[in-house]
Design a protein around this ligand. Structure first.
Ligand code: GLC
Length: 631
């Protein structure tokens, strides 16, 4: 290194360190107040807080310089993830490409589709055999050996960064696997580790808690506590018996999980999906969901990670009604202090509901009732994910419907997607007592139509897939493509014979990527239509700055069959229309402008347009005079 290069490096390090010091000043009060809410009543609180700050300092010292530079760039551009070209894709590593090295080989495919945000489902070392699709983590510092190594993860993150693709992974923070080192030590009776979990000597407290708790996997894992025979004790297990809930009232748990997230951030992970966030705090007499301390845990995590690794994002996975969901994105005085992203569960569930009804009225009412997001926060909008479509989340939606009406509607939607109605097209399966499993294509009728070789049914099913994706691409926030949807991939009917099957019906829609189908996208089949239309959506969206920080104004046309989404911001406006029904519908176009439809390139000059079955429009204003000249 020449002396001038050395000098440059010294200056660079000084600049990065100065930025760290500034962040330390800015975020310490937020961290302190959140930690105080959680642990302020403990005698040694100052020592607890000091320990957390030491974790942060150590993580910063370990952070690779390239990531510190990225942090700086992102701090200067905090809306980097809200740019319209940020388009997501989600997949299981093994299902998509075998291993992490395999994923590296597929970056070209993802870029070709327009993807710039990749969520890889659980990839950390998982419990052998049953592990809830990897959501039972045995080690937060190791990659599952079947998928690769920690080195492979940081190499993949680097390759993705070079391609401007951000990497998201799951941070399963509510529970560990029962074979995590902490759980193994707890089993031997070590009190320090028993205190990491909720362990009870008899059923008296568990019975009291059960009175107000719900059940997540009511069919396969009833109850919220598991008897551990070798300990002769009960352990809190909200999900499966092998997923032990962590006890965040113990500050050592928070400290260890802080170390874990920062360790992974230093490997190059950009976004952390906070799995099962609502369950992080327990309170007797409640459903132990969304407790105020949950938000303090998130605020403490946000402030502390913002000091050591400000380039990362926190994404809430909270399957709760929308008025509670928005709280995860920081509301009021907490704006900008919680997660930057959250799954838009309400939108996801409601688009399937509207499709089943062939009417968007209920969808529009629910969307209108969603409280606005605080600045700096955004939705993660998705059609399907690895979980079921859980209808129960709608029961508390505040949109002018009673709980009884929602329950009836949920029963209808479940029957509809299980194909149990006249004229059914969907090939889903009921999941547990609350949800629907199945891939987008199978739920939209493509599987059935292809089997029947019915070209009109194939066309309609394809239109349904594209309609759903049009909504999530135009709603505002990051749109997410679920692996295989871009090719119209069907249910995996052999899922029970699959190597990861653990008795869970969600494997129906977690089949391996059909790379043969992917090859067909270059040919002339239906795959080409779906792939190229989704890629086109990505292109259109990438050129729609009107969506940055813009809240969609939902409306209805065509007797409620058409949902309209109107966006305005400093970049202008867009008007999107989607016909949820198989009957044609009339749409009234705002007359203020002359518009162009981005799908067809056609000018729309009339105030009334007819939309065919499941058809859509993505309108942007044009200057008619200039356009005339150009043509
Ligand atoms: C989340 C995951 C789900 C998992 C559960 C327990 O809801 O999405 O797949 O079963 O958490 O970790």
């Amino acid at each position: 290194m020449t002396s001038s290069q050395k000098q440059k490096t010294v200056e660079n390090v000084a600049q990065l360190d100065a930025a760290y010091d500034a962040r330390y000043e800015i975020y310490t009060p937020d961290a302190d107040s959140a930690l105080r809410h959680l642990y302020g009543d403990q005698e040694n609180f100052p020592e607890i807080a000091a320990r957390m700050m030491r974790v942060v300092r150590d993580a910063y010292l370990q952070r690779p310089e390239a990531l510190k530079e990225l942090d700086l760039r992102r701090s200067q551009r905090p809306d980097w993830f809200q740019q319209p070209d940020r388009i997501g894709y989600t997949a299981y590593v093994d299902r998509f490409a075998g291993t992490l090295k395999g994923v590296e080989q597929k970056i070209g495919y993802l870029k070709n589709l327009g993807v710039s945000y990749l969520h890889l489902l659980p990839l950390l070392k998982m419990r052998p055999n049953e592990n809830d699709g990897g959501f039972a983590v045995s080690s937060y510092s190791e990659v599952d050996p079947a998928l690769g190594s920690m080195n492979d993860l940081s190499n993949l993150a680097e390759r993705l960064r070079e391609n401007d693709v951000s990497l998201c992974i799951d941070f399963v923070l509510n529970h560990t696997a029962d074979n995590h080192d902490w759980a193994m030590r707890a089993r031997t009776g070590a009190q320090h580790y028993k205190d990491f979990y909720y362990v009870y000597q008899d059923r008296s407290l568990p019975d009291q808690y059960e009175q107000s708790l719900g059940e997540v996997f009511a069919d396969t894992a009833p109850g919220n506590f598991t008897f551990i025979a070798e300990q002769d004790e009960w352990v809190w297990t909200t999900f499966n018996p092998y997923q032990w809930d962590l006890n965040y009232s113990n500050p050592v748990v928070f400290e260890e999980m802080l170390k874990a997230i920062l360790f992974l951030a230093n490997k190059g992970v950009d976004v952390f999906r906070l799995d099962a966030a609502p369950y992080l705090w327990k309170r007797l007499g409640t459903d132990c969901l969304n407790q105020p301390e949950v938000f303090s845990i998130i605020r403490a995590l946000r402030a502390l990670t913002a000091i050591a690794a400000p380039g990362i994002l926190l994404k809430a996975e909270a399957i709760v009604p929308s008025y509670k969901l928005v709280q995860y994105l920081g509301a009021g005085e907490h704006a900008g202090k919680e997660c930057q992203l959250a799954y838009n569960t309400t939108l996801m569930t409601m688009i399937w509901s509207a499709l089943a009804e062939g009417n968007a009225a209920r969808l529009a009412s629910v969307l209108k009732s969603i409280p606005p997001l605080s600045p700096g926060a955004a939705w993660l909008n998705y059609v399907r994910c690895h979980d079921d479509i859980g209808w129960g989340v709608l029961f508390e939606e505040k949109a002018g419907y009673s709980e009884a009406e929602w329950r009836d509607h949920a029963n209808f939607a479940r029957a509809f997607y299980a194909g149990d109605v006249d004229g059914a097209y969907a090939d889903g399966e009921n999941y547990q007592n609350h949800g629907t499993a199945g891939t987008t294509a199978s739920l939209c009728g493509l599987e059935r139509a292809m089997k029947q070789g019915d070209s009109e049914a194939i066309r309609l099913a394809t239109m349904r897939i594209l309609l759903l994706y049009t909504v999530v691409f135009s709603y505002g926030g990051i749109p997410l493509i679920s692996m295989g949807d871009e090719l119209g991939q069907f249910n995996d009917h052999d899922y029970a014979a699959g190597n990861r099957y653990d008795g869970d019906g969600r494997w129906l829609h977690r089949g391996a990527m059909d790379w043969q189908k992917a090859e067909l996208r270059r040919g002339g089949g239906n795959e080409v239509r779906i792939f190229s239309e989704i890629r086109k959506l990505a292109e259109i969206r990438a050129n729609t700055p009107q969506l940055i920080q813009s809240a969609a104004e939902p409306g209805l046309c065509g007797d409620g069959r058409v949902l309209t989404l109107h966006h305005h911001n400093a970049h202008g406006e867009i008007f999107v229309c989607v016909n949820f029904s198989s009957a044609p519908a009339h749409v009234t176009i705002p007359e203020a402008h002359c518009w162009r439809d981005q799908f067809t390139g056609d000018r729309v000059t009339k105030p009334q347009v007819e939309l065919g079955a499941y058809d859509r429009l993505w309108l942007t204003p044009i200057d008619q005079a200039l356009d005339d000249k150009a043509n």
